[in-house]
Design a protein around this ligand. Structure first.
Ligand code: MYR
Length: 172
């Protein structure tokens, strides 16, 4: 045993401090992708392993129950790949659905890091945790907290997004 993590309630995923009154307004705008976690050998992190960095923007849609997520991914080969998803808000909950992916659900969780959000994506029994922050650099304690939460979910594979290259230019 090289490490022992005791999973008390502060390490477990909790949505208790996700602010539902202002939801989803407090999540609008710029986000940086910092880390991901999944059960080992699940292949759930494959698509992220080619990334050097990724920046997201969450914006309102012309349809009230939808949000537009725009991303620019800097691939390790240096190229920039734009991505876009439409999320569908769920009545009375902070759970999201993705347009075009009927089997995918996205839950939101809070952490001690007030400028962070943790997403749990589940699709056909495959789940993964994703950590996003308002700033590209994050204090080590918050990365550690994410790893502990992941470990308490039984997720042994952790990927930190390297961010060694410049961020791509994001379309306005
Ligand atoms: C994926 O790569 O599979 C999903 C990308 C999701 C990006 C999320 C970035 C920011 C999260 C803010 C939460 C907004 C909730 C209303």
């Amino acid at each position: 045993i090289d490490s022992l993590i005791v999973c008390d309630n502060s390490d477990r995923l909790s949505a208790s401090s996700v602010n539902r009154t202002e939801f989803p307004l407090q999540y609008m705008g710029q986000w940086y992708f910092l880390a991901a976690a999944a059960p080992s050998e699940s292949r759930a992190l494959e698509t992220f392993k080619v990334m050097d960095n990724a920046e997201f923007r969450v914006q309102a849609s012309t349809e009230q129950e939808k949000l537009v997520f725009i991303a620019t991914v800097r691939v390790k080969d240096g190229s920039c790949v734009p991505r876009k998803w439409i999320y569908i808000l769920t009545d009375g909950s902070t759970e999201l659905r993705t347009e075009g992916h009927p089997d995918r659900t996205t839950e939101l969780f809070s952490s001690k890091c007030s400028k962070c959000v943790i997403l749990k994506e589940t699709e056909n029994n495959i789940s993964r945790l994703l950590l996003y922050s308002r700033s590209p650099q994050l204090e080590e304690e918050f990365i550690e907290e994410f790893k502990e939460k992941a470990s308490c979910e039984g997720y042994k594979e952790i990927l930190e997004i390297p961010q060694t290259l410049d961020y791509c230019h994001m379309e306005k």
